[in-house]
Design a protein around this ligand. Structure first.
Ligand code: GDP
Ligand code: MG
Length: 442
């Protein structure tokens, strides 16, 4: 299994001093085989390997971190990136109500169940007034099924009228939802056992009439490579906006998810995680990356690696600070980190000894735009000026100001702030016994 392969690999790597380029390549060769075994499509594996190599090459080797841990982290980050990033893509409801959500997919993929799951979520958590309508004209039982599910979750279902076409039902549903003031209308389309033209044309026509904000392909993640082909075929004919993968509760490998996301470029927005009506999860790339790598132990390893990386950086910074070294390069680094961490106020709370120095920095304007401008100013300086800010005389300041497109007054403000921070950090280093406190949190 992938898990066994990777653990074997990591066992071999651990205990070595520094990760060489050869190590990375060797490791990635193993990862490649492992991904293929996890049912990830070949072109996707290739793409992933390029990405991982890119990430690995850019990353400085940190001696304090075990090489194996560093490789795990690179692979894990690469997987998350390829699965769509850490932040889940929100459901798009930005339209004049009734906002339409269209569910497409093969028969048995879980469209009807997922429609009800989504309806429950929207009505219960988002307090939306939701209506569902079944467009499955071929199977009366399917309409009944949606009606029953609607009753179960307490969501309105468009009354069934015999003999209407899917397009006619769509028009009626739109009209009815509009007149009755519904926020969201979920359209559950008919599925076929295989892809066919009639099905595609009908779905395309319904999409045209109803202008959905979301057109989801509901696909069974257990069907692996078939699901990938289905996704491609649907995407070629329907303007899909996202994927919902069902039976994720039975998919231990997660390889198809990676393939589908990478092949279609469509975000996976939800996972069906069981037959129960509550079993719908917002897609979480971190969790799936962990699953692909082989469950919790790897995730724990990754977390440890991240901590070690932070600790190593913190130690470097602490050393500089305790020597009273905090030049403008460091300031630029810190500003960039601060931007990532949600600004000064968020960070100051993490630092020990912060109450003592709070007054000194309370007058600093730390808005995000300000951060970006300050970083621009610092990058307009020469290397030497960043190391020795005292060199910045009037003419040098004018040059930097012109380069960064700001006033000289702003340069003076930045230099004053830098002096204040350097002093504050020096003081903090003394207060915390010269260890520099929690700078690593930055
Ligand atoms: P449709 O033909 O696409 O509308 O599919 P249905 O919604 O009728 O679902 C077909 C079967 O799959 C039903 O028995 C559902 O209970 C089951 N099902 C749907 N989603 C999931 C899921 O996420 N996990 C599991 N285990 N079963 C599911
Ligand atoms: Mg159905």
């Amino acid at each position: 299994s992938l898990n066994e392969r990777l653990s074997g690999l990591f066992d071999r790597l651990s205990g070595r001093g520094v990760l060489s380029e050869k190590d990375v390549d060797e490791a990635l060769r193993e990862v490649r085989v492992a991904l293929l075994e996890a049912d990830v499509a070949l072109p996707v594996v290739r793409k992933f390997m390029d990405k991982a190599r890119e990430l690995a090459t850019g990353e400085a080797i940190i001696k304090a971190v075990k090489p194996a841990d560093q490789v795990v982290k690179i692979v894990y980050d690469g997987l998350i990136d390829m699965l769509g990033g850490e932040e889940p893509e929100p459901l798009n409801l930005a339209a004049v109500p009734p906002v339409v959500i269209l569910m497409a997919g093969l028969q048995g993929s879980g469209k009807t169940t997922t429609s009800a799951k989504l309806a429950l979520r929207l009505s219960k958590f988002d307090r939306k007034k939701v209506m569902m309508a079944s467009l499955d004209t071929r199977r009366p039982a399917a309409m009944e099924q949606l009606k029953l599910l609607g009753d179960q979750v307490g969501v309105e279902v468009l009354p069934i009228v015999a003999g209407q076409s899917a397009v006619e039902i769509t028009r009626r549903a739109l009209q009815s939802a509009k007149l009755q003031g519904f926020d969201v209308l979920i359209l559950d389309t008919a599925g076929r056992t295989t892809l066919d033209e009639t099905l595609m044309n009908e779905a395309a026509e319904i999409a045209k009439i109803s202008s959905p904000t979301e057109t989801f392909l509901v696909a069974d993640s257990l069907t692996g490579q078939d699901a990938v082909r289905t996704a491609e075929a649907f995407h070629a004919r329907l303007p899909l906006t996202g994927l919902i993968l069902t039976r994720a509760d039975g998919d231990a490998r997660g390889g198809a998810m990676l393939s589908m996301r990478a092949t279609t470029g469509l975000p996976i927005k939800f996972l069906g995680a069981g037959e129960k009506i509550e079993a719908l999860d917002v897609f979480d790339a971190k969790r799936i990356a962990g699953r692909i790598l082989g469950q919790g132990d790897v995730v724990a390893l990754v977390e440890k690696a991240a901590q070690e990386l932070d600790a190593a950086k913190a130690e470097q910074m602490a050393k500089k600070l305790s020597k009273g070294q905090f030049d403008l390069n460091d300031l630029a680094d810190q500003l960039t980190q601060m931007q990532k961490m949600g600004g000064m106020s968020g960070i100051m709370g993490l630092l020990p000894g912060v109450q003592k120095i709070k007054k000194q920095i309370s007058d600093l304007d730390m808005s995000d735009k300000m951060f970006a401008r300050q970083v621009a100013i610092i990058s307009s300086m020469t290397k030497l000026e960043r190391k020795k800010p005292d060199l910045l005389n009037a003419s040098r300041k004018r040059r930097v100001a012109a380069g960064a497109g700001v006033d000289v007054a702003e340069i003076n403000r930045l230099l004053k702030q830098h002096r204040q921070m350097a002093d504050a950090f020096k003081m903090m280093a003394r207060n915390t016994g010269g260890r520099g406190g929690g700078m690593g949190a930055m």
